[in-house]
Design a protein around this ligand. Structure first.
Ligand code: TXE
Length: 500
């Protein structure tokens, strides 16, 4: 049962020291105004990593005042775009130089496998900043032919102070998706990290200042959602809100944004993405991909392929192989080589997942493998596979956010389209087929912000990401994210002698 080659003896000592635990306001590390701190815990053991300054309303006010001043008085929005671009590039170089420490901090705070973070996340983080550095000096408006004697142009201007609230599943990637485009466009930022994972953002923000970022341009407030997060969402001096997290909290912050100064909001929320294996699929490839689509990052992905729809003709073969693959999954200390799955981020998520597993059993799904905690320490969960899952079961409707694969059977393409779309979410979908017509049909019919064909979880700085329906508003990454951090000013000048 499960590969325990890397099982849980004494936790490995992380190869990094925690140096930065205070709030970062106006370029300086400072204590919270209240003097309060909160603990950030090691998910492998539940033991303390460090006490971190706990920001709340007063600290958010201080951070927003610093960001406001840095925006209104400069130099950031008034620097040449080339200078801004060079600071972003220097920052990316520094992150590359310190990649080992940064990776270790991210793994320690979050529990994700070191190899995964080093292979996928840190390189994409660096790539995102280089990508947006490339955009910084290519942002410009249009000259427009309007009726009448007028010269018409648009200016694309930064919005102002961006308030950004991020979750704990990809602390650094979420930082880059938000901070990269905001700064490239000339905005200033106050970012609230998730209370589970405050450490890596503080470390990299220190490097940003080493790279030449002026004080006040990027402020980091660690703390809890209902205090620090809510204060940011409803702040009258914050011009733009960007949030990634649960749909439930998304509704709250959108309400706060509306009730305060009607700041515009980009929301990236939950998902329940279908992964559709058609009858002509190469089953071995589909099994491996569906496995990764669900189990990657301990299943803590907003776009996790958490409804695995398999055509009835290949269902039995797929199920047997999916189960075998889950049993082979290497669970263990995320710092250990070869480990594919570490612990869940905290006790709350761990309890939530085990509750959903119990509901799956109670509702009559067949538990093929897993279903319990792994080991007796920390927040590890066995890779779990359910078959015979029906659409109306909670495990097929709710976002579990854990290593729990639900396999459902389908017969017709129309039927799987209808069932895939019968969800409040619409973040992503995966389609596995060798038939071009089937792929095209599904691509157009699925209501999802991303459709991956014969692949899954392909993230690239240039590819937009975001949701339909209750999976969110707006798009992040790529050129689309620039729109979220710019506003358009139309400038109309009367021409005295139009007939030249
Ligand atoms: O999310 P929250 P939680 C889903 C996933 C997970 C569930 C709960 O299903 O199991 O959400 O996780 C801040 N005002 N996702 O509780 O509450 C909070 O401090 C302002 C999917 O961690 O949404 C954190 O910084 N901010 C998701 C951020 O919101 C508030 C990633 C996310 O926390 C706030 C994470 C408030 N009132 C969880 N309350 C994805 N889309 O990837 C909380 N926050």
């Amino acid at each position: 049962r499960f590969s325990t080659a890397a099982a849980l003896e004494e936790p490995i000592t992380p190869p990094v020291k925690v140096e930065y635990t205070k709030l970062l306001i106006n370029g300086e590390f400072v204590d919270a105004a209240s003097g309060k701190t909160f603990p950030t815990l090691d998910p492998r053991t539940g033991q303390l990593i460090a006490d971190v300054a706990e920001g709340d309303l007063e600290d958010v006010n201080r951070a927003v005042a610093a960001a406001r001043k840095a925006f209104d008085e400069g130099p950031w929005p008034r620097m040449t775009a080339y200078e801004r671009s060079r600071i972003l590039l220097r920052f990316a170089d520094l992150v590359e130089k310190h990649a080992d420490e940064i990776t270790a901090l991210e793994v320690w705070d979050n529990g994700k496998p070191y190899e995964q973070a080093a292979r996928d996340e840190i390189p994409l983080f660096i790539r995102l900043f280089r990508y947006y550095a490339g955009w910084a000096d290519k942002i410009h408006g249009l000259t427009i032919q309007a009726d009448g004697p007028h010269h018409v142009q648009t200016l694309h201007e930064p919005i102002g102070v961006a308030g950004q609230i991020i979750p704990w599943n990809f602390p650094l990637l979420m930082f880059s998706w938000k901070v990269g485009p905001a700064l490239a466009c000339g905005n200033t930022v106050v970012l609230k990290t998730a209370e589970q994972t405050p450490l890596s953002a503080l470390y990299v923000s220190k490097l940003f200042h080493e790279a030449g970022l002026p004080p006040g341009v990027l402020n980091i407030v660690s703390g809890y959602g209902p205090s620090a997060g809510a204060a940011l969402a409803c702040h009258m001096e914050v011009d733009k809100l960007s949030f990634t997290g649960s749909t439930e909290t998304g509704k709250i912050v959108l309400g706060l944004a509306a009730k305060s100064n009607l700041k515009s909001a980009t929301l990236e929320l939950g998902g329940k993405s279908p992964f559709i294996v058609c009858e002509d699929a190469n089953v071995d490839e589909a099994v491996e991909l569906a496995h990764a689509a669900l189990f990657y990052n301990q299943g803590q992905c907003c776009c996790a392929g958490s409804r695995t729809y398999v055509h009835e003709r290949v269902y039995d073969e797929f199920l047997e192989k999916a189960k075998t693959r889950a049993l082979q999954r290497v669970v263990g200390d995320p710092f250990k080589k070869g480990v594919e799955q570490g612990p869940q981020v905290d006790s709350e998520q761990f309890d939530k997942i085990l509750k959903y597993i119990r509901s799956g059993v109670e509702n009559g799904a067949t538990l093929e493998t897993g279903g319990e905690r792994f080991g007796s320490n920390g927040y590890y969960v066995q890779p779990t596979v359910f078959s015979n899952v029906q659409d109306n079961m909670l495990i097929a409707k709710d976002e579990i956010f854990g290593p729990v694969q639900s396999i459902l059977k389908f017969k017709e393409i129309d039927e799987v389209i209808q069932r895939s779309n019968a969800s409040q979410f619409g973040l992503a979908a995966g389609v596995f087929t060798q038939n071009l017509d089937t792929a095209n049909r599904l691509t157009r019919a699925l209501k999802a912000g991303t459709v991956w064909i014969n692949c899954f979880d392909v993230f690239d700085a240039a590819i937009p990401f975001g949701g339909y329906k209750m999976s969110g508003h707006g798009r992040e990454k790529g050129v689309y994210s620039l729109n979220a951090y710019l506003q358009v000013k139309a400038v109309v000048t009367r021409l005295k002698n139009p007939a030249w």
